[in-house]
Design a protein around this ligand. Structure first.
Ligand code: GAL
Length: 444
């Protein structure tokens, strides 16, 4: 079990202490006064009409990290070329058609200093035409542009943060035509300024009048000090990270799932149209996950109603990973309009069963084999246990979605469902409940 994690366990690669040093008490006071004057606490900032289903797009961090060395590695450094190439491929390779819409810049896009008017500026070598030009390009492809900043004095990688500049930064992003802001939580002075900063930025974005989706890491940074209040967070953010950064490995995916299941009582009710728990990027198509583990990530991110941000190299991805990421049936589960997050129903030594209620009396069910030894395992479950007792009452049609699509047929309320699941793999199913009055006539 993963309860009681310390901050440094959440983020092994970086200390999570609030390192805010340089800020004068005067500046802090000014911010506090501005917050009060702005009436931040009363603002329902998230009446922004965005993220009615989980956001879909591409985000550079996991795959390209803070690679700023364009001399040595021009193809993979964080530069306008990288994002333009991804935008182009998102259209030409069918990603946009299946719903991936936001092309997102993460940390390390900035010049080391603000300009003379206090405005942020992109690194002039790597983004020679600036972010507005990139936004125009991305928009010309029918896509949206995301950008990254931080609530504290510095971004996590040490570039200028937004503290003390929330309004001016929000206006700059709106001016440039940015459509999403990922707002990180490094280098905030203390819990109070972290929370107030997240709220204030939400307000500042709203005030620009531009629709800018707001992606937060507020609960992740807050949890070591205090239980996050999700009712409050939902009012300000379109999605929020709860747990440490994803890595390109099975152990990372496994930890995220275990942590989410352990906290599902508080997480699941928090999710819904307009606001989602964010278990971090999809690493499908990279180096660290086996084929079965990629299936598990895709299936479980659909069950969790997670934002789907791929962090991979769209220039170089296997047809198999591409087909998985573009699987319309899985995406339909992720994007289901009912907007309810799924949860872990049960777990034994070997198997975990997760389920998610869907619109039109349907359910998604995922059976995950946690064993890391041996071959495929068989799991049997009574259909009375699925869909909170009603998934197959009085009967249901079951379709296997992953690993391959196949109709499993009609099941009654008291049927036994048997699936075979590869080690660290998942079988994803969709159950279509038949209502009494629409029960199909089956000829003898
Ligand atoms: C982390 C954040 C990552 C990435 C990174 C950039 O704190 O959780 O997703 O944005 O900072 O430095």
């Amino acid at each position: 079990m993963m309860g009681g994690l310390r901050a440094d366990e959440l983020r092994p690669e970086r200390s999570r202490t609030f390192a805010f040093g340089g800020l004068s008490p005067g500046l802090a006071l000014v911010l506090a006064l501005v917050l009060v004057q702005a009436g931040v606490s009363g603002v329902t900032a998230l009446d922004n009409g965005l993220a009615l289903t989980p956001t879909m797009g591409w985000l550079h961090w996991e795959r390209f990290t803070c690679n700023v060395d364009c001399m040595e590695d021009p193809e993979n450094c964080i530069s306008e070329q990288l994002f333009m190439q991804m935008a182009e491929l998102m259209v030409s390779e069918g990603w946009k058609d299946v719903g991936y819409e936001y092309v997102c810049i993460d940390d390390c896009w900035l010049a080391p200093q603000r300009d003379k008017d206090g405005r942020l500026q992109a690194d002039p070598k790597r983004f020679p035409r600036g972010i507005r030009h990139l936004a125009n390009y991305v928009h010309s492809k029918g896509l949206k542009l995301g950008i990254y900043q931080d609530v504290g004095t510095l971004t996590c990688a040490g570039y200028p943060g937004s503290f003390g500049y929330y309004d001016i930064d929000a206006e700059t992003f709106a001016d440039w035509g940015v459509d999403l802001l990922k707002f990180d939580g490094c280098y905030a002075k203390d819990l109070k300024s972290l929370v107030e900063g997240y709220k204030y930025m939400s307000y500042a974005l709203n005030k620009t009048g531009r629709s800018i989706l707001y992606s937060c890491e507020w609960p992740l940074y807050m949890r070591p000090y205090q239980q996050p209040n999700y009712t409050e967070i939902r009012q300000y953010c379109n999605h929020w990270r709860n747990y440490g950064d994803i890595f390109d490995s099975w152990s990372s995916v496994k930890n995220i799932l275990a942590w989410t299941a352990f906290h599902q009582k508080s997480l699941v009710p928090a999710a819904g149209p307009g606001g989602w728990n964010d278990p971090d990027m999809l690493v499908i198509g990279n180096f660290g996950l086996s084929w079965d583990q990629q299936i598990t990530q895709m299936a479980l991110w659909a069950i969790m109603a997670a934002p789907l941000f791929m962090s991979n190299d769209l220039r170089n991805i296997s047809p198999q990973s591409k087909a998985l990421l573009q699987n319309k049936d899985v995406i339909a589960i992720n994007q289901d309009p009912l907007g309810k997050q799924g949860y872990r129903l049960r777990k034994d030594e070997v198997f975990e069963v997760w389920q998610r209620p869907l619109s039109n009396l349907a359910w998604a069910v995922a059976v995950l084999n946690q064993r890391e030894i041996g071959g495929p395992g068989t799991y049997t479950i009574s259909t009375t246990d699925l869909g909170e007792g009603l998934g197959c009452a009085p009967a249901c049609l079951i379709t296997q979605i992953l690993p391959v699509k196949k109709e499993l047929g009609l099941y009654e309320w008291t049927s036994q469902l048997k699936v075979r699941v590869n080690p660290t793999g998942t079988v994803l199913l969709k159950l279509q409940t038949f209502q009494q009055d629409k029960f199909p006539v089956i000829s003898p």
